[in-house]
Every structure is written in structure tokens, then in C-alpha cells.
Design a protein around this ligand. Structure first.
Ligand code: PMP
Length: 406
């Protein structure tokens, strides 16, 4: 049963049981309508209340300022690798209304700290490739900093960042789910994202997919776009949350008329989504419904963002301390070598010794610990400890690690 396992999945990941219980009732008979939530029109009053409630609760939970719009979109985090490029190129084009012959495709600065930021960069490169000879292309993706040469085991130092003065935007991934790297939460912490080094007027975009609503977002208002797939801390996969500064909700058809850039595919245009309250086309109603239940639960029962931050910090500290002890005994090795760069959400490590990792996973499975295997691209062990993973589950995992070391 659900009570007998401890689910450490990286995503889709566990959701609060009480929310799933409520959702299972709503799936059959939503608020006594005799119809399930998936059987109701997305334009009816019931669903309208759900999506508006989700938006309002997210705004409260995260403290989203008034000059930002919250959007519910589809296509996952990966969809945003593309949408960010196209929407921001359009905004940039509108603010540079020079004749087409004089237009210079802008630099797009990417900070690479692991697999997901690398994928986002690769997509920017793909989209910006000139479609025919002598075409300058749409934009010039560039690496502003990268820790690839040290296998993504640390964050860049301040000296390593080389931002372009005239970039359309700087892009970073706040938490690298596969590698277990996260920017530390306080601006004074070593390794913190260097907002102060980003030239004035250059927009900042952040992928928060795997750390969304786990703790406050530092320097919120320095961001142009913050986005996250729901399937870690928020709800089922299928919905992607976007928080976009209002002046970047631009008409990309108008931008394309100036020449040099294409319009954005219609369901990916932020302005279209915003003008239609995220209901331009049929949204993923069930994932939005469950996300709405989770948001209510986090506000009411988990102490909001401050409560979540405190618990998540305690969980991460306990697990990292246990693994550091195991490392001293020569039994384990943490993947991320800098303490400040260690993710609060995805704890990555290896078990030392021939065949020991397999033994560790088998023992874990017997004790009810599930989905601990590292991502297929890097191997090892990954314990994801998102909001819905309880302190008790983390404590039991730590007991097992200690026992295994003996
Ligand atoms: N960014 C991050 C940080 C992720 O963890 C993921 C997925 N795990 C993605 C982007 C891609 O998201 P999706 O699978 O929803 O497209």
C-alpha cells in the first residue's frame, strides 16, 4: 500500500495523499455535480473557479508581484526551452524596430550547470540556426559560463561568468534535477546566482522546474520569466506554470512583421495565453485541478513557503550529513563536491565498491524505498526529496544508509 513505501522519484514524484484522496472523489463527482472534473467544460463556472483559485493561491504562496502574470501552459519544461527563445526574441525585436537590413540577431546568454540547462541551450541553437544561406539567423546563443569541464559537480565562480552587454536575456536553471546542483538561496552565499553581474536591461530567465515552491525565489523581480513543469512539487505532469513580467507579453505576429524573426506557434505565445486567461485552447484540466488542491494544502497545512523552506532545509541537511558520514567511512561519495551547490531537492551520490550500489538498491527496495536509481545518463543513486516526501521517510532512508555502512 501507499503507507508501506517511501517514494523518492525525481519526477513525476509523490503528491500529498490527502490531495490525491480528494482528487479521486472529484474525478468521479466534482462538488456534487454528478460529473467528474475531467468531464466538465473548461469554460464552465466550476473549472473557472478551479483555475482562478490556483492562480490566486500561487500568487499568495510565492508572493508574485502585481506586474507579473501567471500562466498555465502545456508542453512541459522542454516546451519552454523553445517558447522562451521565440517570445523573448519577439519582445527584443519590438524594442528594436529598425529596418530588417539593419537588424542584428541578439546574443542569448546561457549559464550551463548541468543536463537541463545544456538541453535548453541546444534548443536555442537549433531554433536560431539560419534557415537559408546568407540569413543572419534569429539569435546568437552563447555560453556565459559552464561547469561541464568539471562534470557538473560545482557551480561557476563569479570570475567565470562572462555576460554580454547587449544580450536579449540570460538563462539559468535554478536546480539541475539530474546532477543535483542548485544555486544557494541567499545572495551572500558562495556560488549564488550573480544577479549583480548581469548587465542592466538584460532580461533574466529561470527554469525552476524541480525547485518550484520549495523555498522563496531570490531576487524575484529581477526575473523576466520563471517557469516550472508541475510534476515535482506542484501536481501531475501535463501542466507547466509560467510567471511572465507583463511587458513581455508581446504580440509576436506584430514582431514578425518587422522582419527577421518568425511568429511564435500560437499555443506558445505568452500574450495569447494571457489574453485568454490560459484558456485559449483546452487546458490540461485534471493536472490544474490537482495542482489547485496541492496549493491549498501547502498554504493551509504546511506553513506556506516559509514552512516548506524550513522543512526542506532540515530534510536536506539530515540526508547530506548522513552521506558525509558515509563518505568518511569510505562507503559513499556525494556527486556535488561544493556544499553550497548541493540541491535541497535531488540528492545525488554513489555507493563505493564493486557491486555495492546494486546491493544498496536491492536492500532499499526490500525496505520500501522506491525510485532511488540515478538518471539513466549518469547512473548512481538519486534521492529526490520534494515537498511531499516526509521527514519520516528521509529519517528512515538515513537509518538504512547508516545500517548499510556497517
Ligand atoms: N527542466 C528541469 C530542471 C527538469 O527537471 C525537467 C524534467 N525533469 C525539464 C526541464 C523538462 O521538463 P519536461 O519533461 O516537463 O519537458
Amino acid at each position: 500500500t501507499r503507507d508501506q513505501v517511501h517514494n523518492f522519484a525525481a519526477g513525476p514524484s509523490p503528491l500529498p495523499t490527502t490531495c490525491l484522496e480528494e482528487a479521486s472523489l472529484g474525478l468521479l463527482n466534482y462538488e456534487d455535480t454528478g460529473m467528474g472534473i475531467c468531464e466538465l467544460s473548461h469554460r464552465g463556472k466550476e473549472f473557472k473557479a478551479v483555475i482562478e483559485g490556483a492562480e490566486a493561491d500561487l500568487r499568495t504562496l510565492l508572493g508574485v508581484p502585481k506586474n507579473y502574470t501567471i500562466l498555465f501552459s502545456q508542453g512541459g519544461g522542454t516546451g519552454q526551452f523553445s517558447a522562451v527563445v521565440l517570445n523573448l526574441l519577439a519582445a527584443h525585436r519590438l524594442s528594436h524596430p529598425v529596418p530588417a537590413e539593419q537588424f542584428q540577431p541578439p546574443v542569448l546568454d546561457y549559464v550551463l550547470t548541468g543536463s537541463w540547462s545544456s538541453k535548453a541551450y541546444a534548443e536555442a541553437q537549433r531554433l536560431c540556426t539560419p534557415p537559408f544561406p546568407n540569413c543572419p539567423g534569429f539569435g546568437q546563443p552563447r555560453i556565459a559560463a559552464s561547469t561541464k569541464s568539471t562534470s557538473w559537480t560545482r557551480l561557476p565562480t563569479r570570475e567565470e561568468y562572462k555576460f554580454s552587454q547587449d544580450a536579449a536575456y540570460v538563462y539559468y536553471c535554478e536546480n539541475e534535477t539530474i546532477n543535483g546542483i542548485e544555486f544557494p538561496p541567499k545572495q551572500e552565499d558562495e556560488g549564488a546566482f550573480p544577479f549583480d553581474l548581469v548587465p542592466e536591461g538584460v532580461e533574466v530567465v529561470a527554469d525552476y522546474s524541480s525547485s518550484f515552491i520549495s523555498r522563496p525565489i531570490p531576487n524575484f523581480s529581477r526575473h523576466a520569466i520563471i517557469y516550472a513543469g508541475a510534476q515535482k512539487n506542484l501536481g501531475p505532469s501535463g501542466v507547466t506554470v509560467l510567471i511572465v513580467r507583463n511587458d513581455l507579453l508581446v504580440d509576436t505576429t506584430e514582431a514578425s512583421k518587422l522582419g527577421c524573426i518568425p511568429p511564435v506557434p500560437i499555443t506558445y505565445e505568452y500574450k495569447i495565453l494571457a489574453d485568454n486567461g490560459s484558456l485559449y485552447n483546452t487546458p490540461p484540466t485534471f493536472p490544474i485541478y490537482v495542482s489547485a488542491l496541492v496549493l491549498k494544502h501547502l498554504i493551509k497545512n504546511k506553513g506556506g513557503l516559509e514552512g516548506l523552506e524550513k522543512t526542506n532545509k532540515e530534510k536536506a541537511e539530515l540526508l547530506y550529513n548522513t552521506l558525509e558520514d558515509a563518505e568518511k567511512k569510505g562507503k559513499a561519495r556525494l556527486v556535488v563536491r561544493e556544499k553550497n551547490a548541493r540541491s535541497w531537492m535531488n540528492v545525488t551520490f554513489n555507493i563505493e565498491g564493486e557491486g555495492e550500489e546494486k546491493k544498496f538498491l536491492e536492500g532499499a527496495e526490500k525496505r520500501g524505498f522506491r525510485q532511488l536509481k540515478g538518471h539513466r545518463s549518469v547512473g548512481g543513486i538519486r534521492a529526490s526529496i520534494y515537498n511531499a516526501v516526509t521527514m519520516e521517510s528521509v529519517q528512515l532512508l538515513c537509518e538504512y544508509i547508516n545500517e548499510f555502512c556497517k
